[in-house]
Each structure stands twice: as C-alpha cells, then as structure tokens.
Design a protein around this ligand. Sequence first.
Ligand code: CP
Length: 305
Amino acid sequence: MRHLLSPLDFKVEELDELLNLASDIEKNPEKYKHACDGKKLATLFYEPSTRTRLSFESAMLSLGGNVLGFASADSSSASKGESVSDTIRIISCYADICAMRHPKEGAPTVAAEKSSIPVINAGDGGHQHPTQTLTDLMTIRSLKGHLDNLTIGLCGDLKFGRTVHSLINALVRYDNISFVLISPKELQLPDYIRQDVLEANNIPYKEVEQLETSMPELDILYMTRVQRERFFNEDDYVRLKDRYVLTKEKMQYANENMLILHPLPRVNEISVEVDDDPRAVYFKQVQYGVYVRMALILTLLNIKV
Ligand code: CP
C-alpha cells in the first residue's frame, strides 16, 4: 500500500508516469469514467479548503467512485477530542482511500502509520502540499512542454507557504533549474528548505525583495498569498499582506512567455486586471488539479485502465 505524504514519495520517473496518465485523462475522460466504480474516497479536512477538497471529490466522481467526509474539525469528532490515529482507523472501515488536510505539520504521516487505506496529504500546516505540487508540475509541463531548464520566481510568503516548500522539493530533481526567491525578510524561505534542499542539491538561487527587477529573467512567476492563519501577530500580517501586488503595469517587465501561477486562493497579490493576460494561467491550473488528482487516485489504488 502506498501513501502520498511528500512530493518526494514519487521518483521522477514515477512522476512522469503520473503526469502522462493525467494528460491521457485530460484527452480521453470517457475512458476513465467507470475506473473507480464501487470505490470510496474520504476527504478529512480539519482546515478550510475550496480547491483541494472539491477537486478530490470531483476527481473521484469523474472516475465513477463515491465520496464521503467532513469539511471542518468542528463537524467531526475531533471536536470531542478524538485523535487523528483513532480517526483514521475508523475511516479505514468506511473508505478505500482518503485525503487529509490538517493544521498540524506531520498529521497525515501519523495517520498513515495507523491506516489500512492509502493516505494523501492534502496540506499539513506550513509544511507540505504535495497534490498542489502535482497540479503545478502538470500546469508547467503542459504549457511549457518541459520541467527542466527553467528559472522560477517564487513570490510572497515563502516562510509559511507550504505550496512553495513542496514545489521546491519537487523541482530540484530536474536539470538546470534556478530560483529567484522574492519576499520580505520576515517571510523568507525557512533554513530547512534553503540549506537542506537548495544548497544540498547545488541549486542556484538568489533572495531578493523587489518583484519588478526580478521579472525579466523569469520563465515562471509563482505568486502566493500571505498566510494569515499562520501568523502569531495580526499587526505583522497587516504590515506584510500587501507587500506584493502584481498589476498590469508590472507585467510590462515580464518576458512574453513567462507564465503566472498561483495555488489560490488569491487575496490582493494579483490584481484582477491581470486575469485577462494570456500569461495568467492560475485558473487553468485549477483544471489541471482535477486531472492530476484523478491520476493519483488511480495510481494509489493500483487501478489500470
Ligand atoms: N490551493 C489550495 O490548497 O486551495 P484550497 O485551500 O482552497 O484547497
């Protein structure tokens, strides 16, 4: 039995297979519409979500399966004090696979230890968000045609942004990747990613505070929101939340092929007027997220079509 807890749980070759499967699902959805007949996906969301929970549910329904679950800790027996370990033992009796989002780093890993069904980490605190990374990789590969030879700008809350942490972990395994880390000093990438992932793999990177001056060299600009829910102090959040706002004017610094990605939800960091720019692909990214989660469910359930 396999889980997906970190983007590193799949080797590069396995990721390629998964992305190929997702592309085939995109082209031939009819072929897969009964692939999960009789199977059940449980979505265990202890933290709010729109995209991740609903895209998992949409993915399972598109495969002919069924879904069950809860959308907040308050509506589950976690509110009565039930542990993640006990909960997963219960869910293992009800479903064939589950996706778990939890505010505590490592909670899906704890669940996987007691689970008799595959566990997918749907975001754990400020740590990792591997299925967002699969979505990001599919978006880049589909629209750029490759995952190597890229300069990627990561902008915003690089400290608490789990999507950024997972994406860096995944991309350093491809050739000729470099990063421009654009953030205020207070929201810089944690040392455990900078040293243990970037420096340990000899990946070129620079840390800057200015967005505009970095844009001309970027192939991808990955915008993120400031993660209000992870701040200890509301004043710090208010001071930092609008530090970066990508506008139509700023887009004149970008090259004509640069893609703008964002895991969403967006708050203020991309002006809505940028949405009409053909380089803005964050809504396409959402659709890729369904295909790649369909491919992931099939892979973890070991279902071949
Ligand atoms: N990208 C993402 O994780 O969005 P949700 O929080 O809405 O699931």
